[in-house]
Design a protein around this ligand. Structure first.
Ligand SMILES: [Zn+2]
Length: 467
């Protein structure tokens, strides 16, 4: 009898240790492109500031129980670009800036955790708010000497065989001389169905083997619309995340999954030093993470969510030289810089004349809250007016397409003044070498604490998930 009990106990112990050792079946890897620690803190101050209080209101992912700091330098610079950082985060190997998925010799391909997972029969999804062949998503399946070899990266996308891709579009579907087949034909031949928009995804997903979900209408910027500019029907990162979960669990319910989702336009907004666009991109990224968090709540023991960034962008400072910020004014910015420039150009073409200062002021009032909800000093008003005179002041007359090329200067000045009003600052229009944060929740999340190199993150995921 006692022998039997000991045997049963021993077996139970064996089962318990075996199941305890089992790593996460579902892995979510979120990368906020350009999301430094100040990008995270700034939006949290903003959320509290709009409620008229000091302090911060946490995002969903900053409440995850484990967090740490990540070192981001590349093989040839303290300030990394997105392809070297993407390669490090995907494979655990440092490489030179602008190199994608190859070692610094620009020849030897690295093996990414997405490729490892896929080789083990685990379904893989790669999503982004930029184009699917851009540096960060490309780092998980692409291997090219330069990140700008978009056509070739698009070819490698089809060759990857990953089950799901989501993003804006292919950036350069045809080669320069068009002698090659386009990326769309290649994808089709490789068994992918390309769907446009979330509705078409829902219609067609069931009857496909592998899928690429693109935005309904490709935008000129080769990315999803900025969150601040999004209109009804525009594809969102949260929808791509939802679709990816739906697709991978529907097609292969037993295998689990690996997915990488990139908040790609935080970087774009910070490169442009566009404060209002940056805030909304951060909130948009958090919305996508909430989708994963809801999934986690239903599969707690089997799910790991890791959030990090490839680098910081813009050298965002949460001060403008005084002991306070005034981030709440950013709620009055209604358009990104890009959209505002387009808007002014379109207006000019519609009236067929140079916009008057009154008309421009009215637009600045409506879209940045200037003089209305956002107080400007006389000096700031003078600055805007002199840029107006410099760039619009060629006198009335018939206006032709392309004549408003300098409208961007006015938009730049408006964004600078918005930044001043928010009492924050930008050090540069490029990346910085700052630490970026890492946050984690779920199975194995406790490994993501303290200071770590960006190359350690995929190695930890690999170890935990058994890729
Ligand atoms: Zn960048």
């Amino acid at each position: 009898m006692r022998k039997k009990i000991t045997l049963v106990l021993a077996m139970m112990l064996l089962i318990l240790t075996a199941s305890a050792k089992k790593g996460p079946k579902y892995v979510f890897y979120f990368i906020g492109d350009g999301m430094g620690t100040n990008q995270v803190m700034g939006v949290q101050y903003y959320l509290q500031d709009v409620e008229g209080k000091y302090g911060f209101k946490p995002l969903c992912f900053t409440q995850f129980p484990y967090s740490g700091l990540v070192v981001t330098y590349s093989a040839n610079s303290d300030v990394t670009d997105s392809s070297a950082a993407g390669t490090a985060l995907a494979s655990g190997e440092k490489t030179d800036n602008n190199v994608l998925g190859l070692l610094p010799d620009k020849e030897t391909p690295v093996v990414t955790i997405a490729e490892m997972a896929h080789k083990k029969g685990i379904p893989v999804a790669i999503g982004t708010s930029c184009s699917v062949d851009h540096a960060t998503p490309g780092s998980f399946y692409g291997h090219t000497r330069h990140r700008n070899m978009y056509h070739q990266i698009g070819t490698q996308l089809s060759e990857s065989g990953f089950e799901f891709f989501g993003g804006a579009q292919f950036r350069s579907p045809m080669t320069r001389d068009d002698s090659d087949e386009g990326n769309y034909v290649q994808a089709e031949k490789a068994g992918y169905t390309v769907v446009r928009g979330y509705d078409e995804y829902k219609e067609k997903a069931k009857s496909t083997d592998k899928i690429i979900l693109f935005d309904k209408e490709p935008k000129s910027e080769n990315a999803l619309a900025y969150a601040i500019d999004q209109k009804e029907g525009d594809l969102k990162l949260a929808e791509i995340t939802e679709a990816a979960i739906d697709y991978l669990t529907m097609k292969n319910p037993k295998k689990g999954f690996f997915m990488m989702m990139e908040g790609g336009r935080i970087d774009n907004a910070c490169h442009a030093n566009d404060p209002g666009a940056y805030i909304q991109e951060m909130l948009d990224f958090d919305e996508a993470i909430k989708v994963a968090y809801d999934f986690y709540l239903k599969h707690k023991k089997e799910t790991l969510i890791v959030i990090t960034a490839d680098h910081e962008t813009g050298g965002l400072g949460l001060t403008a030289g005084d002991y306070k910020t005034n981030l709440k004014v950013l709620q009055y910015q209604k358009m990104s810089k890009t959209a505002f420039s387009e808007h002014l150009k379109k207006m000019g073409l519609e009236i067929g004349d140079i916009l008057t200062w009154d008309e421009v002021q009215q637009e600045l009032k409506e879209n940045f809250g200037f003089w209305d909800t956002v107080e400007l000093t006389d000096k700031q008003t003078d600055r805007l007016r002199s840029v107006y005179v410099e760039t619009f002041g060629m006198g009335p007359g018939e206006l032709k397409e392309g004549e408003y090329f300098e409208v961007e200067k006015l938009t730049d000045e408006a964004a600078r003044i918005m930044t001043e009003a928010a009492q924050i600052s930008w050090a540069a229009g490029c990346h910085s070498g700052s630490y970026v944060p890492v946050f984690a929740i779920g199975a194995g999340a406790e490994l993501f604490t303290g200071q770590m190199d960006n190359t350690e993150i995929p190695m930890k995921i690999k170890k935990l998930a058994g890729y």
